[in-house]
Design a protein around this ligand. Sequence first.
Ligand SMILES: C[S@@+](CC[C@H](N)C(=O)[O-])C[C@H]1O[C@@H](n2cnc3c(N)ncnc32)[C@H](O)[C@@H]1O
Ligand SMILES: Nc1c(NC[C@H](O)[C@H](O)[C@H](O)CO)[nH]c(=O)[nH]c1=O
Ligand SMILES: N[C@@H](Cc1ccc(O)cc1)C(=O)O
Ligand code: SF4
Length: 455
Amino acid sequence: MTGAAHDFGFEHVPETDQSFENALAKARAGERLTVDDGVELITTGTDCEGIDPERKELVLEAADRRRAEMVGDEVTFVANLNNNVTTACNTGCLFCNFKNTAHLFESGSDADHGGFTKTPAESRDIVADAVEMGIYEVTSVSGLHPALVLDEEHREILESYDNPAAEVNYKPPEAYDTDPASYAEQLSAMSADGAHVHSMTPEEAHHAKRGTDWSYEEVYRRLADAGLASAPGTAAEILVPEVREVICPGKIGTDEWVAGMEGAMEAGLDVTATIMYGHVETEKHRVLHLDVVRDLQDRYGGITEFVPLSFIHQNTPLYDRGLVTGGASDDEDELMVAVARLYLDNVDHIQSSWVKFGNAKALKLLNCGADDLMGTILSEEITKRAGGGFGEFRSFDDYVDMITAIGRRPVERSTDYRTRRPIDPDDGPHGPTLGPRADGTPLLDGRRDPATADD
Ligand SMILES: C[S@@+](CC[C@H](N)C(=O)[O-])C[C@H]1O[C@@H](n2cnc3c(N)ncnc32)[C@H](O)[C@@H]1O
Ligand SMILES: Nc1c(NC[C@H](O)[C@H](O)[C@H](O)CO)[nH]c(=O)[nH]c1=O
Ligand SMILES: N[C@@H](Cc1ccc(O)cc1)C(=O)O
Ligand code: SF4
């Protein structure tokens, strides 16, 4: 257990009948690991207290070797921006400080909440400027704003309820200062200038079907028709019910998250998968989570990357209420990435998130099993609002310098990794080339701040 300040009485604790040595031998031989094997590796052995530094190095080495066998020496990254639509959300996850309670956004409220809602026109302008700079992916994850609906048909269904606010978490746009319109309109606006739109987590898809009997597949098909190109597998957190009950009781459950991801893949979309770890969970929960992801990938095969998101604790209810004393240690971050690489034998890419880890640790994690270094993102709200301070932008030159400094090869990729452009470090300055308006010109260093997007 990491920063957990309490005994939560969890059923799943890190105890096994396996030995560390056996688990390591299986990992080295490329055999498929069991949950017990994973627990032995991520704890560096349940026979000793704490993390054993020598055993840890053996696990990291095995993962680094597996990475080299699976994907070689390239380190990929994408030219993207984050354009989150709204921070209004009533779900109340205890690890999240991105959200603001939705009633603060209602017309007449003078609360200074520091959050935002964008109209489709604003989203389009922000993405259009980024596409002009050479960017080709927009990632958009948002709060579950009560006025946000899938499309106008969905709005009519929600409005037909007697008390939509209480029954289906719906309030009409007129109740709010800013109208976010529908998911379909936002996606259409964000895709209008040719960017690949990576959006609609299973939690958001659940919001986009509330009050209806539509399947996830049907919802994702409509979203794809509106401009959606792939879906982020956030909202995963820890895919074990007893942990979700503590950190996000208002969120969809594990089975529903899996059903959402299946629906996205049935609709023909690529997806990613994440884990948010380092709060109240045990090492056993982390491995059970990996098992859910591996099983999903066995059945569907559409997961392009796995992203370990280390919990940022500073400004969160979990920390304020004394449920955790901090986040994951460096050892835990390294072992999380390494065991993800070894356990997920069917997912090609493991992402190292410089937003969560900072540059130094993000680079170190590329030697522990990771092979992707995220994207340029241009702006960031989730980590920043939670108290993280690693910034919001990496230029192509930064990327090339960082990746060559650790002796690896920088490669610009598309969101789905199918298009890849190896970069010659000596042929700078570097900029994106894969976007509709990308001609290799470096991205501006003074990237835009969404608050001044109209300037
Ligand atoms: C902020 S939500 C936005 C999308 C949507 N509301 C949802 O929950 O899927 C996206 C993800 O950010 C991550 N996140 C939120 N707060 C975090 C924190 N304090 N540290 C690390 N990751 C966090 C969680 O994994 C969460 O699923
Ligand atoms: N790990 C984080 C990401 N990852 C997403 C990537 O930037 C990219 O959208 C994805 O790899 C698909 O191409 N984004 C964040 O904003 N923060 C992270 O910590
Ligand atoms: N938005 C998530 C990160 C993320 C987004 C999209 C992905 O496909 C993966 C991860 C965060 O910052 O916490
Ligand atoms: S993680 Fe998503 S659903 Fe949960 S409170 Fe934050 S924005 Fe809302």
